[in-house]
Write a protein that binds this ligand. Structure first.
Ligand code: C5P
Length: 219
């Protein structure tokens, strides 16, 4: 089975997708990490983030690997472990510009479809149910209020030693959602056959249980 989990920034997609995959013994693929890795490489190599031609060229020498590890899989680009760096605010606040570029979307979508062809998978992102795996048997669109998402991001940041005010986080989340929802190619949108799940007042265990229930109903 293919499980697509989409939704806006900081809605808890990766956390629950990872747990659902573990529970079912499925492959897990974090597509946001792929766009973050491209953004990191572009910044490092001085490639302009909205220069589609330069990004396309850069991607010909872009060796991305996910290595299973605990508590999170390692993200390796051209031999460099950038697992932590791709979560820095510098990347988070610029990734939407890179992910809107046609050649980046084309290349990542292809790669994601290859990963999914390996077997049962839980994949999270923005366009999995609409573009990457439109045939997925279960599609979830995970949402939560902006305030709740900022609270979650605030706590996550603190645990990583990153200090950003709640107001800034709310503004950043709104700005990223706007950009991801208004880009031309594969904008963030709920697939017509996706189940809408509002997690504002739910904890992680409750969300995972609900998703597992949807999956079992499809079996
Ligand atoms: O999920 P995460 O917050 O890590 O995603 C980072 C960014 O990558 C998103 O804001 C979006 O611009 C981009 N993205 C995308 N399509 C996906 C997954 C992520 O455009 N399938």
């Amino acid at each position: 089975m293919q499980i697509a989990i989409d939704g806006p920034a900081s809605a808890g997609k990766s956390t629950v997708a990872k747990l659902v995959a573990k529970k079912l013994d499925y492959i897990y693929c974090d597509t946001g990490a792929m766009y973050r890795a491209v953004t990191y490489a572009a910044l490092k190599q001085g490639v302009q983030l909205d220069d589609d031609v330069a990004l396309k060229k850069m991607l010909t020498q872009f060796d991305l690997k996910f290595i299973p590890a605990d508590p999170e899989q390692l993200v390796i680009v051209n031999g460099e472990d950038i697992t932590k760096q791709i979560r820095f605010p510098e990347i988070t606040n610029q990734v939407s510009l890179v992910s809107a570029q046609p050649s980046v979307r084309e290349k990542m979508t292809k790669r994601q479809q290859e990963i999914a062809s390996a077997g049962a998978i839980v994949m999270d992102g923005r366009d999995i149910g609409t573009t990457v795996l439109p045939q997925a048997e279960v599609k979830i669109f995970l949402v939560a209020s902006v305030h709740e998402r900022a609270v979650r991001r605030y706590k996550e940041n603190i645990s990583k030693g990153i200090e950003t005010s709640m107001q800034t986080l709310e503004d950043e989340i709104k700005a990223r959602d706007y950009k991801d929802s208004h880009r031309e190619i594969s904008p963030l949108t709920q697939a017509s056959d996706a189940i809408l799940l509002d997690t504002t007042s739910l904890n992680i265990t409750q969300v995972v249980e609900k998703i597992l229930k949807f999956i079992h109903e499809k079996e």
